[in-house]
Write a protein that binds this ligand. Structure first.
Ligand code: HEM
Length: 165
């Protein structure tokens, strides 16, 4: 009887395992290896919209992006990237992206981080300068420190798709 039970559990595992592997969802194929994502563009948050409220909701994010874009245009490390770009569109997509990252009632309509930063030669220095200016704007908007950390932690893995080594 003991042997029989063992036999059936082993058989069940052998039958179910390949079925589970075959049923696993597969990523859509990407033909261009230079835009294959290495990190999710929209990581998932799990605690309702409390985090978004710490940023003043969607309107708060709009004010923060208006403020930070002025800083990115003033900072010599980030200015070259943004001065010729469609700043209104970037701000709109950043609001959507941050809102979705924080579980807000928004839809991200922009491209992936790999696609939108491809060929831009963003350096590590430019990346940190951008994040520092963002932190200044977040402090000015009185976003609590814990909430800032949660956002930065969600954005940090994206550097793999943004910085050109
Ligand atoms: C965690 C850091 C970053 C995030 C979350 C981020 C996010 C975004 C988003 C959402 C867009 C809009 C994509 C679209 O319109 O389809 C964008 C575009 C852009 N980003 Fe970033 N970005 C980051 C870092 C950087 C850095 C470090 C630079 C340069 C210093 C940069 C320069 C740009 C530029 C110039 C565009 C416009 C590209 C175009 O219009 O083709 N970004 N970024």
């Amino acid at each position: 009887m003991k042997m029989n039970l063992h036999f059936w559990s082993v058989t069940l595992i052998l039958v179910m395992l390949p079925a589970a592997v075959l049923a696993a969802p597969t990523e859509p194929p990407v033909n261009d290896p230079s835009i294959t994502p290495k990190a999710p563009t929209l990581p998932l948050a799990t605690d309702g919209t409390a985090l978004l409220e710490s940023f003043g909701g969607r309107e708060g994010l709009v004010r923060i992006m208006d403020d930070v874009m002025v800083r990115w245009l003033a900072n010599p490390k980030t200015r070259p990237f943004f001065e010729g770009a469609d700043q209104a569109s970037i701000k709109k997509h950043l609001v959507e992206q941050f809102c979705v990252v924080m579980n807000g009632p928004c839809t991200y309509t922009g491209r992936t981080m790999a696609e939108s930063h491809k060929g831009m030669a963003v350096s590590e220095g430019a990346f940190y300068a951008l994040v520092e200016e963002l932190q200044i704007s977040l402090n000015k908007a009185k976003v609590p420190f814990f909430a800032q950390n949660r956002l930065i932690a969600a954005l940090a893995p994206m550097h793999r798709d943004i910085i050109d080594k």
